[in-house]
Design a protein around this ligand. Structure first.
Ligand SMILES: *Cc1c(COP(=O)(O)O)cnc(C)c1O
Length: 334
């Protein structure tokens, strides 16, 4: 996976029970590589739409309360390099030590992809570790026809990729991919004095988890079954479904948030903000009665419905039925 994504000859990775754990391990390696493990001035930067698992990682790592700084994203939910550059400067002049940037390839609500090429260039210039949280979107880098969606991901120092998200591998299935796989061992090795390891590193020395189930087997089996063609077909169809649903949601009261992947976040127009929560919860109930399950995230205080269009069994009839319910329910808001 790591060479397919383009991480180069020294790359490799480790499976993990979920993306939260992959993100945590990546940041531990980043801090270790920066030799800031015991330094309270260390800071991780990310965008305001980043996943909550980063807050957990900061807690476990013992970063101070402002050791994870979530910077404002733009109207499309993307983190812009100028914003990061300014934050780095301000932090440094205040005596802090920013050591890692977490860019997101597929935010959880909107499916936005941060501008990875420019952020990677900035990280190189400023000597920050670039971790790409591609739990949702990194899988695009596996197939040539979808790679453009996550261009620049190959410059990352580490990447979280969750086959449990769009590839349908049963949960949990996550991998942490590393540009320099030896750093996993540098960060986590204990020598495991009571274990016999044969050739090469002991698996329990490559990350936080020691003994674990053979989770990687179901990923391996899925990859054998799907092949790159199968992955490409899954992605093509998921993106097609998202575009089709977007085209069907035509009620003028609706506002569809921009997004780069197979997620679609749906809200009411800003001038209907005071009706938005009631509408969202009412529509959620109507959809549920008809066998549809959309989630109900709030983004910057804004109530939304969110459709995730990765299920290969969701067809156009389903989407037309779904859009009909949402359009009618939005049409009743005045
Ligand atoms: C789902 C998700 C995660 C966390 O993955 P878990 O497997 O639930 O721990 C991390 N980042 C992003 C962007 C996600 O969407």
């Amino acid at each position: 996976l790591s060479s397919r994504v383009g991480l180069g000859p020294n790359s490799g990775g480790v499976p993990a029970s979920g993306g939260s754990l992959s993100n945590l391990m990546a940041l531990v390696c980043a801090r270790q590589a920066a030799e800031l493990a015991a330094d309270p001035s260390a800071v991780v930067l990310t965008g305001s739409a980043a996943h909550v698992s980063l807050n957990k990682a900061a807690t476990v790592m013992g970063l101070p309360p402002d050791g994870l700084q979530c910077l404002q994203t733009d109207a499309d939910g993307r983190l812009q390099p100028e914003v990061v550059a300014r934050a780095i400067q301000q932090l440094r002049s205040a005596g802090r030590k920013p050591f890692a940037l977490v860019a997101v390839a597929g935010t959880t609500v909107q499916g936005s992809v941060d501008p990875l090429i420019d952020l990677a260039a900035l990280c190189r210039r400023e000597q920050l570790w670039l971790h790409v949280d591609g739990a949702i979107g990194a899988v695009c880098a596996l197939v040539d026809s979808q790679r453009w969606r996550v261009d620049g991901i190959e410059h990352a120092d580490s990447i979280t990729l969750n086959p449990q998200k769009v590839l349908g591998v049963s949960k949990p299935s996550s991998v942490l991919l590393m540009r320099n796989v030896e750093l996993l061992q540098t960060s986590f090795a204990t020598g495991l004095p009571y274990m016999e390891s044969g050739d090469g590193p002991q698996g329990g020395d490559l990350g936080l988890q020691g003994t674990r189930s053979a989770e990687v087997l179901k990923l391996w089996l899925s990859l054998q079954r799907l092949g790159l063609d199968g992955i490409e077909r899954i992605l093509d169809q998921a993106f097609h479904r998202a575009e089709y649903l977007r085209s069907l949601l035509t009620a003028p009261q609706l506002q569809l948030l921009p997004g780069d992947l197979h997620l679609l976040a749906i809200g009411l127009q800003p001038h209907l903000a005071d009706r938005a929560q009631l509408w969202r919860d009412h529509t959620h109930g109507l959809l549920h009665q008809q066998g549809f399950w959309l989630s109900r995230p709030d983004l910057d205080g804004r109530p939304l419905l969110k459709a995730v269009l990765g299920n290969p069994f969701t067809n156009e009839d389903h989407l037309e039925h779904l859009a009909g319910i949402i359009n009618r329910s939005a049409g009743e808001v005045s």
